[in-house]
Design a protein around this ligand. Structure first.
Ligand SMILES: [Zn+2]
Length: 138
């Protein structure tokens, strides 16, 4: 469950949790809804660009992936902390989306910070190619 995952993240990496809340409060979390398909994409404006946060199903549970370098590095490579070797499968962009999707936590309503943007389907591919170009500059 999402709230359990967030509790875990808050305990393990409080700095990432706080950065996610800051991103929400700064209105850096954008939800694009494309019409008429109702396709959705979530973007988080980061320090060096906009990142795409996608969801997928893993063992019957919802999981997230992000297009940022931090996520890529920590989800692919094992990092050591206090002698424990583990992978971190989230970044603050993902945590920000999780908080937004959850809506509220401990009396705080995070979904209200999400900017919802309605676009036509024709813009969808344009937006995706822009993000890919940003992630892989030539
Ligand atoms: Zn990220």
């Amino acid at each position: 469950m999402l709230s359990r995952k967030i509790e875990y993240i808050k305990k393990q990496t409080p700095e990432i949790y706080m950065e996610a809340i800051r991103a929400l409060k700064d209105h850096n979390v954008k939800k694009y809804i494309f019409k008429p398909s109702n396709n959705e994409i979530w973007l988080v404006v980061g320090k060096e660009g906009e990142y795409l946060v996608v969801d997928y199903e893993h063992n019957g549970e919802i999981s997230f992936a992000c297009s940022c370098p931090d996520y890529l590095f920590h989800s692919l490579f094992k990092t050591g902390k206090k002698g424990i070797i583990r992978r971190r499968k989230y970044c603050y962009h993902i945590v920000a989306r999780m908080l937004a999707e959850l809506g509220s936590l401990g009396g705080d309503n995070y979904s209200k910070f999400v900017d919802e943007i309605i676009e036509e389907d024709a813009v969808f591919h344009e937006l995706i190619s822009e993000i890919i170009a940003e992630a892989h500059p030539i």
